[in-house]
Design a protein around this ligand. Sequence first.
Ligand code: E4P
Length: 218
Amino acid sequence: MKFFIDTANLAEIKEAYDLGILDGVTTNPSLMAKEGITGAENILNHYVAICNIVDGPVSAEVIATDFEGMVREGEQLAALHKNIVVKIPMILEGIKAIKYFASKGIRTNCTLIFSAGQALLAAKAGATYISPFLGRLDDVSTDGIQLIQQIRVIYDNYAFDTEILAASVRHPMHIIHCAEIGADVMTGPLSAIKALAKHPLTDLGLQQFLADYAKGNK
Ligand code: E4P
């Protein structure tokens, strides 16, 4: 399973990349705003800065909600760097834009997926990735993992190339469940990725090994 980080924070992206396990980055307009990145030019420059840290797909989201606007913005984003994946919202105009970008060889990530029907439609249009929002479904008492499982079955039935990018991941168990059911990619915060490494028995065991070494090597 590929690991993407879901942030626009350059320090966190660098920290995750330096771990050696980072495959890509996802951003969205809220994450850009959280970092105080505003204004068209600053936003475009920030995408380039992210691409210069990570050699892997970087999702950059369009703001337009009509076909022509999405095409215009998406082409501008894709021209920024070879790593850019154009992130398109799951609306009918977005489906048309995904089809258009697929015909031009421009990669897309269809975002805000909350149902299997939406995932099917995006795959038929030729999306490179679809992003089912796991955590946001869990937040409204709906099983996000079950949705990803359902999408996995549908994509496997018809050998769709579209990759399932489990998004809105909140904690390490989300990552583990995604890996169990065969999500292609997960995107989440650095805290969830780092939490995978934690186990109290590892800490205790290491403490003991170091103490025993110190005793024998005084
Ligand atoms: C997906 O690409 C989104 O950026 C993201 O995962 C949303 O996560 P959230 O529900 O934690 O905001």
